[in-house]
Design a protein around this ligand. Structure first.
Ligand code: SF4
Ligand code: F3S
Length: 107
């Protein structure tokens, strides 16, 4: 079991999820975060912190977003760890709730 960052995070990247994680399981790309599945202890604390409602338990990922499970695992191996809140992108609010942002993900 793990929690997974999904589509809604792309280009929003508020990072409110980061400081609450007790095991520093978040990894940072240019416009998206991921959770390392081997580090996440399934506490669920990050879920209510995300203004974009982008974090799901792996078993509750929407069907059309199943690929984010593997994407989190893969990108967490190559992206740097992030442990502190940082300012969201200036246009984050413009992307809030926009669907199917995967083509915009910078890996
Ligand atoms: Fe961290 Fe808990 Fe969220 Fe997993 S569920 S990423 S351990 S805050
Ligand atoms: Fe992304 Fe939400 Fe965290 S937008 S960076 S999962 S607070």
């Amino acid at each position: 079991m793990t929690f997974v960052v999904a589509d809604n995070c792309i280009k929003c990247k508020y990072t409110d999820c980061v400081p609450v994680c007790p095991v520093d399981a978040f990894y940072e790309g240019e416009n998206f975060l991921v959770i390392h599945p081997d580090i996440c202890i399934d506490c669920g604390l990050c879920v209510p912190e995300c203004p974009a409602e982008a974090i799901f338990q792996d078993t509750e990922l929407p069907k059309e977003q199943q690929h984010y499970l593997q994407l989190n695992a893969d990108l967490a191996e190559i992206w740097p760890n992030i442990t502190e809140l940082k300012p969201a992108p200036q246009d984050a609010a413009d992307w809030l709730g926009v669907e199917n942002k995967l083509p915009l993900l910078v890996e």
